[in-house]
Design a binder for this molecule. Sequence first.
Ligand code: AHR
Length: 502
Amino acid sequence: MTANKAKMILEKDFKVGEIDNRIYGSFIEHLGRAVYGGVFEPNHPEADENGFRKDVINLVRELQVPLVRYPGGNFVSGYNWEDGVGPVESRPRRLDLAWRTTETNEVGTNEFMKWAKLVGADVNMAVNLGTRGIDAARNLVEYCNHPGGSYYSDLRASHGVKEPYNIKTWCLGNEMDGPWQIGHKTAAEYGRIAQEAAKVMKWVDPSIELVACGSSHRNMPTFADWEATVLDHTYDHVDYISLHQYYGNQSNDVANYLALSLEMDDFISSVISIADYVKAKKRSKKKINLSFDEWNVWYHSNENDKLIEPWSIAPHQLEDIYNFEDALLVGCMLITMLKHADRLKIACLAQLVNVIAPIMTEDNGPAWKQTIFYPYMHTSVYGRGVSLNPIVSSPKYDSKDFTDVPYLESTAVYNEEKEQLTIFAVNRHLEEGLLLECDIRNFEDYQVVEHIVLENDDIKAENSAEKQKVEPHTNGNAEWKDGIITAVLPKLSWNVIRLEKR
Ligand code: AHR
């Protein structure tokens, strides 16, 4: 038995809010081997008649990804969407200045929409507000969503797609606050172009929802002012403001690394405050919600990426190989986002295949699951319904950059329709198990059906095509007695305690 003990109380009526399934979204950019060699590899033994890898499709389906952001990322700020439609043989090869590679345009809007349909996901389409602008943006909405009888909708039909896609969620550019971005802008410059693009995109299709670019990360020098200025311009025309954040354990300090989700929590709360400040300033009745449309761990591949030959086609780029501690932080980040389900409506794990991704492929070889695949899959599959607001008390620790870090990071999701209750929990303790006592009060007749655990003696353990060293097991010891769940959460572990009504 363990000396560390944490308590939690769950009530059906203590709710954060309904979870928007799009919170389990992901991202595919024309970058590295995400598209070419990941999604699309026509000569692969597993390729279907479209050239899509069936092994990858199956893994994406396992994750139940509801939404995929596309086609970038930094790439979109130099992308001409017209290059990627129509006969493949007449599509141009272009220099992609964002990643210093060559884009062949073999895959474009229609191919990607076909793939998304096969994996069962909607698409979160980004428009280029770097080198292009209002005109290209409104034309793309017309191409994708207008039923017919106009130049671009008829062009789509002539490309073999009669029915409109009715893409609902659109991003107004990407990371426009960053000097690395093609067409980098000041907040006022971006605010104006985003406002005008949003206005005409919605004139083409009033049913769409739009995401304005927030800061590229919390430590951008313009953070907070950027959001306030952008929303000042766009408030009446957009629906979401974006957040992006990547973390890394460069200093090899596990306790501090696992606490980074506290910073993410603060980032989310800050952006909510800024959005509500603009609401107050405008005396508006409208609420702007949040789209965390890039989040993950990203740092392992930084040195390798410096060696990439410029202008190569689909090089091995941003191919982070994740270890066990990364899976724990990803789990903490997912829990953090669930805690904000009332305002955080979209989130995209960046990215999905090969590029800082849960799914990896070998060229002409197998596809395999990274360590981070598991917390992402568990939350996506079992975390649908209502995000509950648990009362939690946990022992705490201090780390280099944080004070009062709870050893227990936890939340719960109630699926009323399926009569399921799921507790997601990370034990951040480096050496000891944590005894969790969870009072589930008014969840009468609920019993434990499974306690999934992801644990490993080696915090740096990685998976590969040959071996899954980090894999969940279902031997967790959670049990129910008189309305209380008790479970020992092993040291450094990700836990999913699943309950169902008897
Ligand atoms: O996801 C990789 C890159 O990270 C994206 O292209 C960009 O938006 C961010 O900086």
